[in-house]
Design a protein around this ligand. Structure first.
Ligand code: A3P
Length: 287
């Protein structure tokens, strides 16, 4: 599929679900509410996993909502045209989603008491996940080769532009009490422990059985089997499931099955260069 991205304030977007007006609305006019929680991610970092976790926490571990309402209606993206029309039906406390970089996020957030959960993932696994996803989603350019896609990713020639800029932008918030950050890898390592931390951050008190229910229903298998969460309800001409699966592998380190030695060395070089001014290390670097 031939797709040409446009830019809003230097960031790439796909014309299918975004417009200059819609992005301007998201940045400058959208009204954040004090009890909102925002899931903010760079694409393919575990966004929908976090939506499922928060949907279950919102309902005290009861999966009925997750089993009956599509995931994108439970937590719409407030910068997309579809999301902006869906938000009116979300009941408070709203859990909303966004891939927006820090510099163009809703301005009204910064004077509110709303909270953000920022999920990050090893960019090598993001690249692999995005490569496969781009083949399925009509909004994204079809990657021609893995080498070309590697260059595009490292140079930010993909939707939402540079992963490096996204992380460096948002991580400035790390000491803010309304900002909680976590990695996909930490969720994989200890989902239950992190569900407890997320409840504390959100101010939700769940008992042990309710927490167990969140953990069980947010597992990869449960989400893959739930048609409300696995994106198979979308029309084929929007997300072509003959070309792959949204719930693809759900593992840490799949990049090792895809990168050549040379690609890995090149990635590491660019990563070190771009991240060197950031005085922190990430969980995936220690693994
Ligand atoms: P893979 O393509 O590596 O399998 P996003 O929601 O940000 O688009 O991210 C999608 C990625 O998260 C996909 O990664 C998907 O399989 C993975 N994912 C979704 N739900 C998950 C879950 N419950 N457990 C683990 N991984 C999950």
């Amino acid at each position: 599929m031939s797709v040409k991205y446009f830019t809003y304030k230097g960031v790439n977007f796909s014309p299918g679900s975004y417009s200059q007006e819609g992005l301007n609305f998201a940045e400058n006019e959208f009204q954040v509410q004090d009890d909102d929680v925002y899931i903010v991610t760079y694409p393919k970092s575990g966004t929908n996993w976090m939506i499922e976790i928060l949907s279950l926490i919102k309902k005290n571990g009861d999966p009925t909502w997750c089993n009956n309402v599509p995931i994108w209606l439970r937590s719409p993206w407030f910068e997309t045209l579809e999301g902006q029309s869906q938000i009116k039906d979300v009941t408070p406390p709203r859990v909303l989603t966004s891939h927006l970089p820090f510099q163009i996020f809703a301005k009204s957030f910064f004077t509110s008491k709303a909270k953000i959960i920022y999920v990050m993932r090893n960019p090598k696994d993001i690249l692999v996940s995005l490569f496969h996803f781009s083949k399925m989603l009509c909004l994204y350019k079809d990657p021609e080769s893995s080498q070309e896609f590697l260059e595009d990713f490292l140079h930010g020639n993909v939707p939402y532009s540079s992963w490096f800029d996204h992380v460096k932008g948002w991580i400035q918030m790390k000491d803010n009490k309304n900002f909680f950050y976590i990695t996909y890898e930490e969720l994989q390592q200890d989902l239950r422990g992190n569900v407890v931390k997320i409840c504390e951050f959100w101010g939700k008190e769940l008992n042990e059985a309710q927490i167990d229910s969140v953990v069980n229903h947010a597992s990869f298998t449960a989400m893959k089997d739930n048609k409300m969460s696995n994106y198979t309800l979308l029309p084929q001409d929007f997300m072509d499931t003959t070309k792959g699966s949204f719930m693809r592998k759900g593992i840490v380190g799949d990049w090792k099955n895809h990168f050549t030695v040379a690609q890995n060395e090149y990635f590491d070089k660019v990563y070190q260069e771009k991240m060197k001014d950031l005085n922190m290390s990430f969980f995936w670097e220690e693994m």
